[in-house]
Design a protein around this ligand. Structure first.
Ligand code: SF4
Length: 251
């Protein structure tokens, strides 16, 4: 298995690394993986286990993403991988989000290069490509490579994300936006920054957990938040709670 080197990480002492893609900012020991399970420290170098490893592929109406004001009536080819940086108890895609190594999925994973992804998008008469089903930032490098090619072919691109991304991660995505990334669809998480890309905010409401209108109003009022400074360490270390800015994960 070829493992691509990750973008956005720092080398620390004793061959440890710190991933800077999402706000967990995992500090990863050699031989271990971050919270998402798919970015692993291989002898002091952070590697992706899931570059171009596709678990899910479907041609969908754009409204199923769900986006209602972005190319309405169009079709989009959706790609998912394995792993996730959130472990929500109500996850409806747990079969892929809770898988942490390609070996666990065995032959159910397909290798689809960015070039092949674009060819499939055109073959299925889709007007755009989306990364969805699990958090797309965990295979950031693949989505950026694909977005650049998509732009060259005149396809739109959609990132269905929980928004739990670092400023550096967002900058990397926005750089790709100049080349091709056009839309964020943000669900679950309320704090996110969106630059010049189009954004629709979506909030899931599991029955009995967050059904009150007041919590929806609070979530929507915070949707354009961007931390001004890099989040600092959480006192006492540990993994903290998802959605709580300013903590790190130790793996
Ligand atoms: S959970 Fe986030 S910070 Fe940790 S390794 Fe995965 S992408 Fe990087």
């Amino acid at each position: 298995m070829v493992m691509a080197e990750a973008l956005l990480y720092d080398k620390l002492d004793n061959r440890r690394v710190r991933c800077n893609v999402c706000l967990w900012r995992c500090r990863v020991n050699p031989g271990k993986a971050g919270v998402c399970g798919v970015r692993r420290n291989e002898n002091g170098s952070l590697r992706l286990l899931n570059y171009a490893r596709v678990s899910s592929l479907a041609a969908d109406p754009i409204e199923k993403k769900p986006l209602f004001h972005f190319f309405p009536g169009s079709s989009v080819l959706s790609f998912g991988t394995i792993g996730c940086n959130f472990h929500c108890i109500h996850c409806q895609n747990w079969q892929i989000s809770c898988v942490e190594t390609p070996a666990e999925m065995g032959r159910q994973l397909q290798n689809i290069s960015p070039q092949q992804a674009i060819e499939l998008t055109k073959r299925y008469h889709c007007q755009g490509i989306s990364w969805t089903y699990n958090e797309p930032a965990i295979w950031l490098e693949y989505t950026i490579d694909s977005a650049r090619l998509a732009k060259q072919e005149g396809l739109y691109t959609v990132y269905v994300t929980n928004g739990y991304i670092t400023p550096e991660g967002l900058d990397a995505i926005e750089l790709a936006a100049a080349a091709g990334l056009e839309c964020f669809s943000i669900g679950r998480l309320v704090r996110a920054h969106v630059g010049f890309v189009y954004c629709e905010f979506i909030r899931r409401t599991p029955p009995g957990r967050n059904p009150r209108a007041s919590s929806s109003r609070a979530a929507s009022s915070a949707r354009a938040y961007r931390p001004r400074a890099r989040p600092g360490p959480r006192r006492g270390g540990g993994r903290g709670r998802a959605g709580d800015l300013g903590h790190r994960a130790f793996c």
